[in-house]
Design a protein around this ligand. Structure first.
Ligand SMILES: [Zn+2]
Length: 240
């Protein structure tokens, strides 16, 4: 049977495996969220490009109507001018006609500008549509892969949680309870003493404490308060 100290250290290492697996799952979920955000962003940009194009079409239609009525007004004034009864009336109508002609010319210029903008907006809308389609395809593929990987890791995590009891049952209560209590609050609360340094914070550990750790006494690091353990009880190098 494994000695209690070695069993506790084995549990510490087992819990590190659980912690790193949980971190991997969090990282994968973050990647999934990022992919989802990028897909939503592409959809939003397409929506905006479509709205801007639709607004430009409306503006163009309104300007076309204005120009049509302006041309009609110009024709009406020109008709009146042809039959003006006096030079005074002709002068007034000439001023009106000039104003109407100026307005028509200004509308034509505005229509030209909107037409040019429309062509750019149409191109932008089409390119956003392609970008949106690509984002959807990418998201479908990435999310499918990520969801599969996340589920696989969750399954492994659940099996580790089940297996954890095998480690805890062989540890005396006096060693287990203090560890469990601190383990609930702090990630990796027990760390190996490596070459007389705390591997949690990198601080130098006193000779007295190093000697105690070598005798398998659980002493806290004076700097970070993590509990130090003797790595020589572990198979493999935990200090690298
Ligand atoms: Zn420390």
């Amino acid at each position: 049977m494994q000695d209690p100290y070695g069993a506790l250290v084995a549990l510490v290492l087992f819990d590190q495996k659980i912690t790193s697996l949980k971190q991997e799952i969090i990282h994968l979920k973050n990647s999934l969220e990022k992919a989802s955000f990028e897909r939503a962003l592409a959809a939003e940009q397409l929506y905006r490009a479509r709205a801007m194009y639709a607004d430009a079409i409306k503006r163009q239609d309104a300007l076309d109507l204005d120009l049509k009525s302006c041309m009609q007004e110009l024709a009406r004034i020109t008709g009146l001018l042809d039959v003006a009864a006096s030079s005074k009336e002709a002068a007034a109508l000439t001023r009106e006609r000039d104003l109407a002609a100026k307005r028509c010319a200004s509308l034509e210029e505005e229509i030209e500008r909107v037409w040019e903008a429309l062509s750019e907006l149409e191109e932008r809308r089409d390119s956003e549509k392609i970008a949106d389609e690509k984002a959807n395809i990418l998201f479908d593929s990435v999310s499918r892969d990520l969801n599969v990987t996340i589920q696989q890791k969750k399954d492994v995590l659940n099996s580790l949680y089940t297996k954890r009891a095998e480690y805890t049952t062989v540890i005396p209560i006096g060693l287990l309870v203090p560890y469990e209590r601190i383990h609930e609050r702090i990630v990796n609360p027990y760390v190996p003493l490596c070459d007389d340094f705390c591997s949690g914070c990198g601080s130098s550990v006193s000779r007295v404490d190093c000697a105690a750790v070598a005798k398998h006494v659980l002493v806290p690091c004076q700097n970070c308060c993590r509990v130090l353990y003797d790595p020589s009880v572990v198979a493999g190098d935990v200090c690298s």
